[in-house]
Design a protein around this ligand. Structure first.
Ligand code: SF4
Length: 260
C-alpha cells in the first residue's frame, strides 16, 4: 500500500513556540528519536524526509520514522544523472515500506539550454559550471518542490563530521533558503559507525554501490569509490577542494558566496 497523494499547498511559517525553542537551543541535547517524535507530532503530514538514496543516513531516518508513521512522506531529486543502483533502491524502498516516493525532476527546458550551451559534462570544466549543473538539476527543483508541496518542515540526514561545510549544523534550524520553513537534522551528532551499526542491526536497505567502495552515491559522473583511509567525502566531486563541495541544498548561497 502506498501513502496518499501529498497535499499541494504553500508552506507555512513556524509557530512562535518552535522559533523560541530553536533560538533557545532546546533541541541540542535531544537524541534522534526524540527529535523525530517532536517533528512528527508537530508537522506530519506537512513534514517530509529528504532522501538521496545514495547515503545510508536517509535510509536510517526512513526506517526510524516509518515505525511511527507508516505513511511518512519521502521526497528525492532525480537529477537525470543518477546511477541505476539508485533507481533500483528507490523501487526496493517503495516495495519494502509501502510508501510513495515523491520524485522531483529538473525543469527540462533548463537542462536542454545548459547542455546546448556547455555540453553534457560541463561539471569537470570549472567549479562555476559544476555549480550551474547542481543548481539546475538539484537546487532549483528543490525550491520549486518546497514552494508547492505543502511542506512546513523537512528532515535531512546531515552529520557534522561529513564535511568541513557541515560542522556547525544544528539539530533544528530555520531554512531561509526555502522560505523560512523548519529544517531538522536528527543525526547531526551521529558517527559514521553508528549509522552503519543501525543499518546492520535493522537490515535497512541501502545503495549497493556502498559495497563497491562508494561512501556516498550522487550523480554517476560526480561520484566514485574511495580507497581505505581516504576521507569519506573524497568520493564526491573529487577534482574540487573540500570547501567547494556542496550542491547548494544545504548551504545558503549568501553565507558561502557560491555555495551552489
Ligand atoms: S552532482 Fe554532478 S551531474 Fe549531478 S547535478 Fe551536480 S554537477 Fe550535475
Amino acid at each position: 500500500m502506498v501513502s496518499p497523494v501529498p497535499i499541494s499547498a504553500p508552506s507555512r511559517a513556524p509557530s512562535a513556540a518552535t522559533l523560541d525553542a530553536i533560538r533557545g537551543g532546546s533541541f541540542a541535547r535531544w537524541d534522534a528519536e526524540r527529535i523525530l517524535s517532536w517533528s512528527i507530532e508537530n508537522f506530519h503530514p506537512r513534514l517530509v524526509l529528504s532522501a538521496s538514496f545514495g547515503n545510508p543516513e536517509g535510509m536510517v531516518l526512513l526506517d526510524l520514522m516509518h515505525r511511527t508513521v507508516p505513511d511518512v512522506r519521502v521526497f528525492t531529486l532525480d537529477t537525470g544523472r543518477l546511477p541505476q543502483a539508485t533507481h533500483d533502491l528507490i523501487d526496493r524502498v517503495r516495495d519494502r515500506y509501502g510508501v510513495a516516493i515523491e520524485v522531483v525532476f529538473p525543469e527540462p527546458a533548463d537542462v536542454v539550454q545548459m547542455v546546448r550551451e556547455h555540453g553534457q559534462n560541463l561539471f569537470y570544466e570549472s567549479v562555476e559550471k559544476r555549480q550551474l549543473c547542481c543548481r539546475l538539476r538539484k537546487v532549483e527543483p528543490m525550491r520549486r518542490y518546497f514552494a508547492t508541496a505543502g511542506v512546513d518542515a523537512w528532515i535531512a540526514g546531515l552529520r557534522r563530521e561529513q564535511n568541513v561545510t557541515r560542522t556547525d549544523a544544528a539539530k533544528v534550524e530555520i531554512d531561509d533558503a526555502h522560505g523560512g520553513i523548519v529544517k531538522i537534522n536528527p543525526l547531526v551528532d551521529w558517527t559514521h559507525e553508528r549509522v552503519w551499526d543501525y543499518v546492520r542491526d535493522h537490515n535497512v536497505p541501502v545503495n549497493r554501490l556502498h559495497k563497491q567502495g562508494y561512501p556516498s552515491v550522487g550523480c554517476d559522473p560526480c561520484s566514485r569509490a574511495i580507497q581505505p583511509g581516504e576521507d569519506v567525502r573524497a568520493g564526491r566531486w573529487w577534482w574540487e577542494n573540500p570547501e567547494t563541495k556542496e550542491c547548494g541544498i544545504h548551504v545558503e548561497e549568501e553565507s558561502h558566496g557560491s555555495g551552489i
